[in-house]
Design a protein around this ligand. Structure first.
Ligand code: ATP
Ligand code: MG
Length: 565
């Protein structure tokens, strides 16, 4: 091994650049954030060759004074913070004084800036790190930063760049995120001289329509919930706006775009009961909180954050969104006092409302004196999947698995609220292999598991045994269930799982326990199911958001047969 050496400054910057400047899109992100921090109201982006050849951002922000120019490219030089206290309460996008230095280490950078009170602008070029002397230049107050020939001096990294189209795609995504975050500002985007976006200051709804499509705008509901210094606002797509890919999910924390697992999880939870299968919700949400409540200094590209009160944040986002998505709650004033207060270890399931789905024709009012039950009486079973029933209005079609699943879920919810799901001991424990961490989690979370109806014991250093399981769940794949439960407990903690993840867990349990297709049901069994559906809250849709039953009225049938025309 050779002797220990101090690395040259340029090489240090190039190594740092590896973390900050991954591709042209990361350059664009840093430049846009600097313009936002400078208080710009109009930002123009021009790209060439997917940004590899050139990324240029023009703004009308505060500019940089002549005296400060020399420091703009210096590492660890920033105008945004000065002390640890500043860092902990940072409200600007930038704070490291790292971006321009890193970019200048791996590209040719030219900066032209004019402070509002300056007689003229100054231009400063830097190539491979070292800035040249500033020269007088002409431009209106504001700043232009042009970054050319990315990785011209680090060919190894250049090889990792993808096609022009791909790199442009990443830049476009960065642009859209920033433009969505700030509908109050004007933006434009040009690629290879062609205008690809031109946005005037507008409302969030209009900006979302411009960037995510009119369809999203038409099928989303406004979200606005506040609890002390916490606020969640924006637009949440209804199930109609859901997509096959998770490509319209925008979450901003204090204006910063983040991909945070905890927050994504809270959002998924809120959509849990209304979205079908693998459908992905679309949303543009803004979480605002005291900057001291969130640590933004945890990821080199600042795309991750850490909350002081992660659990409270999860709860707040989950409840706020769930309420916004429940139609009947839309106009009811909502108090979030219970959200921030430390709740009991087990929370009652949040009030559920019919999901906003238009799968069902308008409800058929039955006369008050009518004794026939709303879902009527079973006639037959169709292909082992559907129950056909006759009610006052006409024909009722029931998806028997989905309906049963919903009923079981509600039963287990009640059980959980009453102190725990009913358990049944297994004659032969189901032993399965588990990682050491799972074994530890099983021991730590014994109480939580028991409330969920599961009793696990340690059978060896890498083995666990299911000794008791929810009574409603005879015959399911217990080790698989135990494993997913343990993974949840490990990641979110017992209290969290029981409170916020309760519905998801119960839905999984219920799905395993519900009657499978192709089981012959007798007419009395079918009628029993119909009666249980009538008594069950939210029985109109299964736990995955699919409808459980459908009404075909006599009028619908008449139409089908062109009767009475
Ligand atoms: N568009 C701009 N308008 C005005 N000042 C700017 C602009 N871009 C950069 N600056 C100045 O240059 C400094 C260095 O920018 P740089 O992006 O390197 O660091 P930063 O934004 O302070 O922190 P970070 O590395 O976290 O982005 C900034 O602190 C700011 O004073
Ligand atoms: Mg910056």
């Amino acid at each position: 091994m050779s002797a220990i050496r101090v690395l040259p400054e340029l090489l240090v910057s190039q190594i740092a650049a590896g973390e900050v400047v991954e591709r042209p899109a990361s350059v664009l992100k840093e430049l846009l954030e600097n313009s936002l921090d400078a208080g710009a109201t109009e930002i123009q982006v021009a790209l060439a060759a997917g940004g590899v050849q050139r990324v240029q951002v023009d703004d009308d922000g505060a500019g940089i004074a002549r005296a400060d120019l020399g420091l703009a490219f210096a590492r660890h030089a920033t105008s945004k913070i000065g002390t640890l206290e500043d860092l902990e309460g940072v409200a600007t996008m930038g704070f490291r004084g790292e971006a321009l230095a890193s970019i200048a280490a791996v590209a040719r950078v030219e900066l032209v800036s004019r402070a509002p009170d300056a007689a003229h602008a100054w231009s400063l070029a830097a190539e491979g790190g070292a800035p040249l002397e500033p020269r007088p230049a002409a431009r209106a107050p504001g700043t232009t930063v042009a970054v050319a020939d990315l990785y011209f001096n680090t060919p190894a990294r250049r090889k990792f760049l993808r096609t022009e189209a791909t790199e442009f795609g990443h830049c476009d995504e960065v642009f859209r995120r920033v433009a969505l975050a700030r509908p109050d500002l004007a933006f434009s985007l040009k690629h290879n001289g062609r205008v690809s976006a031109q946005l005037a200051p507008q409302s969030l709804a209009a900006r979302a329509a411009a960037l995510l499509g009119a369809e999203f705008a038409a099928s989303s509901v406004p979200v606005d919930a506040q609890a002390g210094p916490l606020r969640l606002h924006g637009l949440a797509g209804t199930p109609q706006a859901a997509r096959n890919r998770a490509d319209a999910q925008y979450f901003f924390v204090n204006g910063r775009t983040v991909r945070d697992r905890l927050l994504m999880h809270a959002v998924r939870e809120a959509y849990r009961d209304t979205l079908h299968g693998e459908r992905q919700p679309a949303f543009v949400l803004f979480l605002e909180l005291d900057p001291r409540g969130v640590d933004v200094n945890v990821h080199p590209a600042k795309t991750e954050v850490r909350f002081r009160d992660a659990r409270g944040m999860h709860q707040f986002v989950f409840h706020a969104l769930q309420r916004a998505l429940a139609p009947s709650a839309a106009d009811a004033p909502v108090s979030y006092a219970s959200v921030s207060a430390p709740g009991p270890a087990i929370q009652a399931a949040p009030a559920m409302h019919e999901p906003a789905m238009d799968y069902r024709p308008a409800p058929v009012p039955l006369p008050a004196a009518q004794k026939a039950p709303p879902l009527g009486y079973a006639l037959a079973q169709l292909h082992g999947v559907y129950i056909l029933a006759q009610n006052e209005a006409g024909l009722v079609l029931v998806d028997m698995h989905a309906a049963h699943e919903r009923i079981l879920m509600e039963k287990m919810k009640l059980g959980l609220d009453a102190g725990g799901i009913e358990r049944q001991s297994l004659l032969v424990p189901a032993v399965f292999r588990a990682e050491a961490l799972d074994v530890a989690t099983a021991e730590e979370s014994r109480d939580a598991l028991e409330k969920l109806g599961l009793e696990l014991s340690v059978a060896g250093p890498n083995e666990l045994a299911v000794r008791a399981a929810p009574a409603l769940l005879a015959g399911g794949d217990l080790p698989a269930l135990a494993r997913s439960l343990l993974a949840e407990l490990r990641e979110f903690g017992a209290a969290q799982v029981l409170a916020a993840r309760q519905n998801e867990l119960l839905a999984t349990l219920a799905c395993h326990a519900a009657v499978r297709a192709n089981r012959q049901l007798s007419v009395p069994e079918m009628n029993a199911l119909l009666r249980e559906m009538e008594e069950t809250e939210r029985s109109g849709s299964c736990n995955h958001g699919r409808p459980t039953w459908y009404q075909l009225t006599l009028a619908d049938l008449d139409k089908l047969f062109l009767r009475g025309r």
